[in-house]
Design a binder for this molecule. Structure first.
Ligand SMILES: [Fe+2]
Ligand SMILES: [Fe+2]
Length: 410
């Protein structure tokens, strides 16, 4: 949803908090300016190429997936999901019962943005998994139950984050978000690449913050971080589920295709969707798609986080160092299932991303200027072209052979 014209001046609202001694305190903290849907409910952040997306897919193709080649591992994962280790984990305790008015100004703004982005990403997982569980229930019961149980976890995560937002006098209307967001269609293979990576990168993001704050408790700004250790285990299990499904369908990973294989996949109808699928999935090998998704996930995170380095600084973290660590670990993890890994240690990798950071800063300055819209567009075009060129440069950088690299890492 696009916010209507510029943000209106937000009147400072008086907020009441229960202090631990149950007396009432009036907050006088400076309010960050956010557009409100109605009092206390935030207008969702404007959708851009870097914001979390909502997905939909070909549910019939998902229902027909044959997972028998790895059924035992998937059954074991399902047993773990049913055990529901975090059933009692997401319960708010006394630590939350205090005023958060001291987190104010810019820190409060970046904090709310972090909670909103995380909540939207978790909720996006919930919607997709819930819909998959519902649509394939009768045709692929093992996969359906796994999706349902993962949607249970994501609902808890999103709800916990949204409740945290209410500590800062802002929440998201998740019903409104469901109806107002655009849904991106992905072929089932792409859903598996993208969700596998987002689960694993989520695991590394949460555990890295948790471990850092364990070493530096003075930077624990807010108690939600204490929940990250068990929380990230949910994401790790979800990632393992996608790993197991991809192993059950080796054509998703690196099946060498002969021309006769490819011809067998020629669509027998004139449907545009079938031909688009043939060109994207039938002709483009999984190695290239692995590179594309690894790069998209890493670049999106890096550009987002560097832009919000204030949030990481508030936790005593350097956004760039944090991201480099998370990218290195996720790249290694992904190399256990994907046929390739990116050469993230190559100095050109981050130098090129840094060039995108500078271009994005210029794009933001143009967007915030008073120039007329056509002038803004003309100024932006060369920067978009530069970013596209940088993405292509990163995409064509020689990748690493995952099997070979994993033996080195081990
Ligand atoms: Fe989650
Ligand atoms: Fe997850």
């Amino acid at each position: 949803m696009q916010p209507s014209a510029g943000p209106p001046a937000v009147q400072p609202r008086r907020s009441f908090y229960n202090k631990p001694d149950n007396s009432i305190m009036v907050s006088t903290a400076t309010k960050p300016e956010f557009e409100e849907l109605r009092p206390g409910v935030k207008v969702p952040a404007q959708e851009t190429i870097l914001t979390p997306r909502f997905y939909t897919t070909d549910f019939d193709a998902m229902a027909e997936m044959d997972i028998s080649a790895n059924e035992a591992e998937l059954q074991a994962i399902l047993t773990e999901f049913r055990a529901d280790y975090n059933q009692k984990h997401f319960i708010r305790d006394d630590q939350f019962e205090q005023s958060w008015a001291h987190i104010d100004g810019d820190t409060r703004r970046v904090f709310i943005e972090f909670l909103e982005r995380s909540c939207t990403a978790e909720f996006s997982g919930f919607l997709l998994y819930k819909e998959l569980g519902r649509r394939i229930k009768n045709r692929n019961p093992v996969l359906a139950e796994c999706f349902n149980l993962m949607s249970r976890d994501e609902a808890r995560h999103a709800g916990f984050l949204n409740k945290a937002m209410s500590d800062f006098d802002m929440t998201l209307d998740l019903g409104f978000l469901t109806k107002s967001k655009n849904y991106t269609y992905f072929e089932p293979e792409f859903i598996f690449y993208a969700t596998y990576l987002s689960e694993k990168i989520g695991y590394w993001r949460y555990i890295t913050i948790y471990r850092h704050l364990e070493q530096h408790p003075e930077n624990r700004l807010y108690p939600i971080f204490n929940f990250f250790e068990n929380w990230c285990q949910d994401e790790n299990r979800h990632g393992d589920f996608f790993d197991a499904v991809m192993r059950a369908c080796p054509q998703m990973l690196d099946r060498p295709k002969t021309w006769s294989d490819r011809l067998k996949e020629l669509p027998r109808s004139l449907s545009g969707k079938a031909w688009a699928r043939f060109f994207m999935v039938g002709l483009v090998p999984p190695k290239l798609w692995s590179r594309f998704f690894l790069l998209s996930v890493f670049a999106t995170m890096y550009l987002n986080d560097v832009q919000r380095s204030g949030f990481y600084a508030a936790l005593g973290l350097d956004a760039r160092e944090y991201d480099k660590h998370v990218i290195r670990k996720t790249n290694e993890t992904a190399g256990r299932v994907f046929p390739v890994m990116l050469d993230v240690e190559n100095p050109k990798f981050y130098a090129t991303l840094e060039d995108c950071v500078v271009n994005n800063e210029r794009l933001t300055a143009i967007a915030n200027s008073d120039a007329p819209a056509p002038v803004k567009l003309l100024k932006k075009l060369p920067l978009y072209a530069k970013n596209a060129g940088n993405f292509a440069k990163l995409f064509f950088m020689k990748p690493l052979d995952a099997v070979q690299m994993q033996s080195v890492v081990r």
